[in-house]
Design a protein. Structure first.
Length: 409
């Protein structure tokens, strides 16, 4: 893939990485650009050795006019659909329709009151997602190199066969260099790159732990599949019929992985109420509703960590392994909240900060990361620090659990 070393212009977008919490409109935009990438990837894999992927993504990312990004996404989809093989025409038409719907959804989003006020945040979140996709493509291209195609030359001469490389008989094949279908394998490897990059990105930044786990599992399987495709000796050792059967079997395996991931994605999206959130972001609220939303947003901005202090594991500060220690009540409160929310194996709520509580703190932080898009887990140093943010976040999640239940009904 050319331009793989081209890096998005960080200087032009230095404000993007400032710590702003994305609002509902930005979250909806993130969902839209994610759907765009899925549609884009499904088409690129039907072109073969496509070399413009990075440029296509840069086109979306570097469009500074937020209002035009929907048009750019649609035009990029039109471009790749125009390059697919005619046999995929019906699929291409479906993607073109999807592109129109994505653009309409994006336009509707920008026309809402919140969307009008959030163009900068929307621009930022789209840029972040595109950067994530670009890095994934770079990683995938390095980890999934092409095989070196061997030129097929006869070692004997068969005047009765013009197409000797397509002989089916293993005996006759012995007269010629073996056709290990290098070009066909490279075509499949090309189709794996975008799918693999998406799984790598989802494994790192998926919205829930279940999505991350499934994406990692599929990424591992795709890497093994790529290793199989690149093993020239193994393909040379196969009989011709075995090679052809294998080539026919692999695309079906890849399709199965895609279906498997989509099932997880849909299930988790339903649980999180994503469809409801996107729909709500597309409806202009009444004045009363808007005032309520603003009041709620202001409430959310308040620093709710002030009543908490950072507590170190008892394996670092022995006082936190004592029932007479100064942090006994705070440690016990965290343990009780953790057990009520059933995030993992039940933690003995004894107010003592040992190894099991370290595990619980890390799990709680990772859960909050998945819900908020933040990075609380890193600050816990593998659970050895019970940070104010994790304590407050867990309490806040517990206080709002009934609202969350309403979302997933």
């Amino acid at each position: 893939m050319n331009n793989m070393n081209r890096i998005l212009n960080f200087e032009s977008y230095h404000k993007i990485f400032e710590a702003d919490e994305p609002n509902a409109s930005a979250s909806a935009a993130e969902q839209i650009v994610g759907l765009f990438y899925q549609a884009y990837g499904s088409m690129v894999t039907k072109i073969g050795d496509y070399k413009d992927a990075i440029d296509d993504l840069l086109q979306v990312a570097e469009e500074k006019d937020t209002a035009k990004k929907g048009d750019v996404m649609e035009s990029v989809l039109q471009k790749v659909v125009s390059k697919i093989n005619p046999e995929y025409k019906s699929v291409g038409n479906t993607i073109l329709e999807a592109g129109k719907k994505l653009k309409d959804a994006y336009t509707t989003l920008l026309e809402t009151e919140e969307g009008k006020k959030s163009t900068e945040e929307i621009n930022k979140v789209i840029y972040r997602k595109i950067l994530e996709f670009q890095k994934g493509l770079q990683t995938a291209s390095k980890e999934m190199p092409k095989v070196e195609v061997q030129e097929i030359k006869p070692v004997g001469k068969d005047n009765n066969s013009e197409n000797y490389e397509y002989l089916e008989d293993d005996i006759n094949e012995g007269l010629f260099s073996k056709n290990t279908f290098g070009e066909e394998r490279n075509t499949i490897i090309s189709s794996l790159v975008i799918f693999y990059s998406d799984m790598v990105a989802q494994a790192k930044n998926g919205a829930t732990n279940a999505i991350k786990s499934k994406a990692q599992e599929i990424a591992n399987n795709l890497k093994k599949l790529n290793d199989t495709l690149g093993d020239e000796k193994a393909w040379a050792d196969m009989k011709r019929r075995e090679r052809k059967d294998k080539l026919e079997e692999i695309p079906a395996t890849i399709a199965g992985y895609k279906e498997d991931f989509n099932k997880t994605l849909m299930a988790e999206s339903t649980k999180m109420g994503i469809d409801k959130k996107v729909a709500e972001a597309s409806v202009v609220k009444s004045e009363e509703k808007e005032k309520e939303a603003k009041a709620e947003a202001e409430k959310e901005k308040k620093d709710d960590t002030t009543e908490y202090i950072e507590i170190s594991s008892g394996n670092i500060k022995k006082q936190n392994l004592s029932k007479k220690g100064p942090n006994f009540d705070k440690i016990k409160k965290f343990q009780e909240n953790y057990n009520i929310l059933k995030i993992g194996a039940e933690n003995k709520a004894d107010g003592l900060y040992g190894k099991n509580t370290e595990i619980a703190i890390l799990k709680a932080a990772e859960m909050l990361d998945g819900l908020t898009g933040s990075d609380l887990a890193k600050a816990t140093e593998k659970g050895k620090k019970m940070t104010p943010e994790v304590q407050a976040g867990l309490q806040k999640f517990l206080d709002n659990k009934d609202k969350i239940k309403d979302l997933i009904k």
